[in-house]
Design a binder for this molecule. Structure first.
Ligand code: AMP
Ligand code: ZN
Ligand code: FE
Ligand code: FE
Length: 289
């Protein structure tokens, strides 16, 4: 009986280095009971995983997506778990994000060039091709970081963020975002459960201020919180479990696996007990279908 799940992973459909089928194979090798693919702004990897999932009868697959929302002072990401990728409202929202990235990436590259860094869009696309093949790929900062690494400007993807691409760094360009309520509504309209991802990244700490804010999100339709995440301490995880219980939110968790683009994070880490999943998420990971 498999007892652990990972409901937050990325593939080459966005900025992970493993193809969707590779992510699910790795989740099976890690003996997980369930895995969700949650690429940034795209559901393009889900069809490939569904096809591969037939090879892994002991693993339940949960289709997902990760969407950024407007938030000052920190980063807000909302996961949609159990998503129907054909739902028209969600498709329309994701399409606008891809268009916005098409405008944003050249602006980042122009800033790098102004700083004397000699890379162009072709270098970025070539760098993205170093990752496993993808049917379609959302190009973003991780691919620009990989181009900087390939060209010898930095030693690692994380150094590229520290020196150039991170929030507030010299080549940073803001991303088009929707209000949290709009993201939550688009996710709900697709039949998915909206989850506040990695609450630590909001920058509100893990005390009263965070709890008040999460309560506001719950009023706007949020129904779950990612209590377990590779960047949470055990104390923070317990705190988020308490907040979930107090606010009546369901609980989920995952690694935020990106393959070698995030070398310190492996699939299935931290260990997220299947039994800790509550509400609609318990149904999603139950499998047996
Ligand atoms: P984008 O959606 O293009 O703005 O890129 C966001 C991606 O960049 C996410 O996958 C993050 O995991 C990644 N990212 C953000 N900050 C860092 C960092 N300091 N080091 C490595 N990856 C990062
Ligand atoms: Zn990512
Ligand atoms: Fe995220
Ligand atoms: Fe993520």
């Amino acid at each position: 009986m498999r007892r652990f799940v990972d409901l937050h992973t990325h593939s080459t459909a966005s900025d992970g280095t493993l193809a969707p089928a590779g992510v699910i194979a790795r989740a099976d090798a890690a003996q997980l009971a369930a895995v969700a693919l949650t690429d940034h702004d795209t559901t393009a990897g889900l069809a490939d995983v569904r096809k591969a999932a037939a090879n892994f009868p002991e693993l339940t697959f949960v289709p997902g997506v990760e969407v950024s929302a407007r938030f000052t002072g920190g980063t807000m990401h909302i996961l949609g778990l159990g998503v129907d990728e054909n739902a028209p409202d969600l498709r329309a929202v994701l399409a606008t994000f891809i268009d916005a990235r098409t405008e944003r990436n050249p602006k980042i590259i122009a800033r790098l060039q102004a700083l004397g860094v000699g890379i162009d869009m072709d270098d970025v696309l070539a760098a993205a091709e170093q990752f496993e093949p993808a049917r379609s790929r959302v190009i973003g900062r991780v691919h620009i970081a990989e181009a900087l690494r390939t060209k010898g400007y930095v030693g690692s993807i994380s150094e590229a963020f520290e020196r150039y691409l991170g929030d507030g760094k010299p080549a940073y360009v803001d991303k088009e975002r929707l209000e949290p309520r709009e993201v939550i509504e688009a996710i709900r309209s697709s039949g998915a459960t909206p989850v506040l991802a990695h609450p630590v990244h909001l920058g509100l700490g893990d005390g009263e201020e965070l709890e008040r804010y999460v309560a506001q999100l719950a009023e706007r339709g949020l129904t779950a919180i990612e209590a377990y995440h590779s960047e949470h301490t055990d104390v923070q995880t317990r705190r988020f479990l308490d907040i979930a219980a107090e606010l009546g939110l369901a609980v989920t968790g995952g690694s935020d696996f990106h393959g070698s683009a995030k070398p310190t994070v492996d699939i299935g880490r931290p260990k997220v007990p299947l039994a800790a999943m509550t509400g609609p998420l318990a149904e999603l990971v139950a499998g047996g279908q």
